[in-house]
Design a protein around this ligand. Structure first.
Ligand SMILES: NC(=O)c1ccc[n+]([C@@H]2O[C@H](COP(=O)([O-])OP(=O)(O)OC[C@H]3O[C@@H](n4cnc5c(N)ncnc54)[C@H](OP(=O)(O)O)[C@@H]3O)[C@@H](O)[C@H]2O)c1
Length: 226
């Protein structure tokens, strides 16, 4: 019998790629997603649950799975305030991780951010760092933390700033060399691919994948390594 994957953030840019990669994997018999709006997708392995995340604790039993993937996150601007952002990025992700662990999950994969650091003076990076630390302390047999830089890709609702960011990122990328490589924008598809395709044997313990490592692994998987 195969495993059950549970994905959060499936309606987002990276999460939508993850969903496709997870559905393609033979190791999963079932790929469940929990979203706040339905997704227009059908697949024999896909099980969708639409919930109000404000009452997620009422849906605790839905968090039972072998492997959990979270691409769920917001921005301070989207969330409306620093506090609201923290409740999503820290509050929801740590609740999901802790509850899924209690229900038997052995692996958790999280998209964090380049520069995540609980001591950062930047609120966004501080929250990302605190989230990582809280999830590290849960005790997962296998914990994968992806730390991408700016994500490139076509969003359903492209924010103007992101459209410029995508363009600017591509232009500035070639000059980000040496230690600055970790700030090169990266395709959301590459992050999702690496997060979902990492081989079983590399997965015990806590693994943090920095932006440039994600890019290198993606290039290797694609046969494009230098
Ligand atoms: N964008 C970047 O350049 C960048 C860079 C580094 C790291 N990251 C991190 O990478 C992760 C994925 O980023 P992304 O750009 O792919 O994300 P995205 O496209 O904005 O998608 C975010 C996902 O989180 C869900 N979500 C947001 N707020 C929620 C809430 N209150 N309750 C339930 N679900 C909620 C969204 O659901 P709805 O569709 O319902 O809104 C969506 O599925 C995030 O953690 C982000 O912080 C992003």
């Amino acid at each position: 019998m195969g495993y059950k994957a549970l994905l959060f953030g499936a309606s987002g840019l990276t999460g939508s790629y993850c969903l496709n990669f997870l559905l393609d994997q033979h190791r999963y018999d079932e790929v469940a997603i929990i979203t706040r709006k339905p997704i227009q997708k059908t697949h024999p392995k896909l099980v969708q649950h639409v919930i109000d995340f404000g009452t997620i604790k009422k849906h605790r039993n839905l968090l039972e799975a072998d492997h959990v993937y979270s691409c769920l996150g917001s921005t301070i601007k989207e969330a409306g305030s620093e506090q609201a952002f923290r409740e999503i990025d820290f509050g929801l992700n740590t609740y999901i991780a802790r509850t899924a662990y209690e229900l038997g999950a052995s692996r958790f994969s999280l998209i964090s951010s380049v520069g995540a650091d609980p001591d950062s003076r930047f609120f966004y990076l501080k929250v990302k760092g605190e989230t990582e630390e809280a999830i590290k302390s849960i005790g997962y047999k296998s914990l994968l933390i992806m730390r991408p830089a700016g994500l490139l890709g076509k969003r359903k609702h492209m924010r103007l700033k992101e459209a410029f960011g995508n363009l600017g990122g591509r232009l500035v990328s070639p000059v980000l060399i040496g230690p600055l490589r970790r700030y090169r924008p990266i395709k959301a598809e590459a992050v999702a691919f690496v997060m979902c395709q990492l081989p079983e044997e590399s997965l015990n313990g806590i693994h943090i994948y920095e932006n440039d490592t994600i890019q290198q692994l993606y290039d290797q998987f694609q046969g494009k390594a230098e």
